[in-house]
Design a protein around this ligand. Structure first.
Ligand code: FAD
Length: 540
């Protein structure tokens, strides 16, 4: 696809002048680039690491209204989220899917607590009426037997009944990447592994661009407006502008674990309560695995690479084992991921992060830096539209947002036959099949036991700007999240496959493998997890 080539982008960033430069290639920044490019603004985006390498690859992967926010009476927020969910389902049918959820009503003796059931029923009616109904399905109550059929591992004696309601799920990293590629197809100049190291100002103190480091080379970018969409790193960019760190972001850590699906056997997602914590955790089927999360804890450690700790794991296993007949153990955990929510700091530091609003805010500094903070994966489009409205005001050109009806690259009316490819690439699946026709060996699995194919790694480096082994195995495919140790074993073969494409010599290939493996060992040991035998890691 023209416009998604890193060397060409780096050269254009140096040479051209832009109306807007977006800093940060998470879902928010990519959304802003798409909105701006589709309004006809000359748009650039730079991402320090890889697209979605921050929070946007580490979410619960739900495009949802947020049932929980109704507890905080955030009706407007839920309404807006559900409105955006509907737009996402329409504009990215290949990437965003309706997902039914089971909410078991639990009791010690299996008897229905009528008050609890009525309370939950009212919340679900509110959810449906606030906008859930747009999906065309309404929640319903089901009996214990039907609930246990959806998740046969539940301790049946403790299930009194259940509700089913509907939300949607996505692959967050692929959604982010697809938005970036769609922005490029609309003219945006986009580069990953290119980090902003400073802002450029004119004599009057107005921001007129940024200094970027890419592969050790400094690039000066000219832009009439700069958007700061760096999530939890937002205050760092503001510090380039204002000279001091504001602490406007209160990061909240959340982790997930994956376990073989056959340990849970849920045919739909489930919501499991965490006693004494007013929270619930999601239990979501993902191919041969099920992922479980999340936690929500205040975080004060380094913003790069937050870790999943033994306490985090303990929290999730404890909650699960209260409802499962056969307990899950650490040895069942095939993968983990930890992310930081970029929440806007509230008034009180004693306020729990779980209670901080998921709203977003757009602020423009005196020198013209437009910062967009907070929000959710689900609301990226709305956040982008609000942000670009501020850009349009600053640069005096560009009309109204056009993204409400803008379909993302690969969107289809009827899906291609290959379901695995259809859900990841949409109609662009034909390009992967083309690679396999030309070289049938590329149809072989990339990581034994996972559905990804060798062709996808080639496609990732040729068409999706993957430039490291981790880009391919963590975000273009999600192999690392799904089966850490199996992926570590396959890393060398994958590196050898992509090395000629990326012109890596033997030394670079070896260092990619050793760095990737070292990161995986660190991830596992920090979480206090045992190494997995290969055949146990995937729930075949
Ligand atoms: C555990 C967890 C679960 C969640 N679950 C959900 C969910 O199910 N549904 C939902 O809607 N939302 C969910 N969220 C929220 C959602 O994931 C985030 O709101 C969203 O991903 C934030 O995206 P972002 O683009 O603002 O930030 P990020 O994705 O963090 O992007 C910021 C980017 O800026 C880059 N950057 C930083 N400094 C620089 C620099 N100097 N130069 C260039 N680039 C730079 C970073 O590398 C990073 O890629 C969840 C969040 C967490 C933590």
């Amino acid at each position: 696809m023209p416009g998604f080539d890193r060397p060409v982008a780096l050269e254009r960033l140096e040479r051209e002048e832009f109306d807007v430069l977006v800093v940060g290639g998470g879902i928010t920044g990519c959304g802003v680039a798409l909105d701006a490019a589709s309004r006809g603004l000359r748009t650039a985006l730079v991402e320090r690491d890889d697209f979605a390498s921050g929070t946007s690859s580490k979410s619960s992967k739900l495009v949802h209204g947020g049932l929980r926010y109704l507890q905080h009476h955030e009706f407007r927020l839920v309404y807006e989220n559900l409105y955006e969910r509907q737009i996402a389902l329409r504009n990215a049918p290949h990437l965003v899917r309706i997902l039914p959820f089971l909410i078991p009503i639990l009791s010690k003796d299996g008897l229905l607590n009528a008050k609890l059931a009525r309370g939950l029923g009212s919340v679900l009616w509110m959810y449906d009426l606030t906008g859930g109904l747009r999906i065309g399905k309404v929640h319903r109550r089901i009996k214990r037997e039907a609930a246990v059929e959806h998740m046969p591992t539940l301790r049946a004696a403790n299930v009194a009944a259940a509700y089913i309601y509907y939300d949607a799920q996505t692959d967050d990293a692929r959604l982010t990447l697809t938005i970036a590629r769609t922005a490029a197809s609309r003219g945006a100049v986009v580069a990953n592994h290119a980090g902003v190291t400073g802002l450029r100002k004119n004599g009057a103190g107005r921001i007129v661009g940024a200094t970027v480091d890419a592969d050790g080379t400094t690039i000066e970018i000219d832009a009439r407006c700069v958007v700061n969409a760096t999530g939890v790193w937002s205050d760092n960019i503001r510090a380039f502008d204002e000279g001091h760190h504001r602490n406007t972001i209160r990061p909240a850590k959340g982790i997930h674990i994956t376990v073989p699906w056959n340990k849970v056997r849920n045919d739909i997602a489930a919501i499991v309560p965490v006693p004494k914590d007013r929270r619930s955790i999601f239990v979501v089927p993902w191919g041969d695995l099920t992922y479980i999360g999340t936690t929500d804890t205040d975080y004060e450690g380094p913003l790069d690479d937050p870790e999943c700790t033994p306490e985090d794991i303990e929290y999730l296993l404890k909650a699960m084992n209260l409802v499962l007949a056969e307990p899950l153990t650490k040895a069942d955990i095939a993968g983990t991921w930890a992310g930081l929510r970029p929440l806007i700091a509230g008034g009180s530091v004693t306020e729990k992060t779980a209670d901080l609003s998921r709203r977003h805010a757009v602020v423009t500094s005196a020198s013209g830096l437009v910062s967009v903070n907070g929000g959710k994966l689900t609301t990226y489009r709305r956040m982008a539209a609000d942000t670009v409205d501020a850009v349009v005001k600053a640069v005096g050109r560009g009309g109204k947002s056009k993204t409400k009806r803008l379909r993302l690259l690969g969107a289809y009316d009827s899906p291609p036959h290959d379901e695995h490819l259809a859900r990841r690439y949409g109609i662009l699946a034909r390009e992967i099949l083309e690679l396999e026709r030309a070289d049938p060996s590329l149809a072989a699995p990339l990581v034994p036991g996972l559905p990804y194919r060798r062709s996808e790694a080639i496609f990732a480096v040729r068409q999706e700007m993957a430039t490291t082994l981790d880009d391919v195995l963590s975000r273009r495919t999600r192999a690392r999240l799904l089966a850490r140790d199996a992926t570590s074993l396959a890393a060398e073969a994958v590196a050898r496959l992509i090395a000629p494409e990326l012109e890596w010599d033997a030394a670079r290939t070896a260092s990619e493998v050793s760095e990737f493996r070292a990161a995986l060992v660190h991830e596992r040991t920090a979480a206090g997890l045992p190494e997995q035998a290969l055949d146990e890691s995937i729930g075949a």
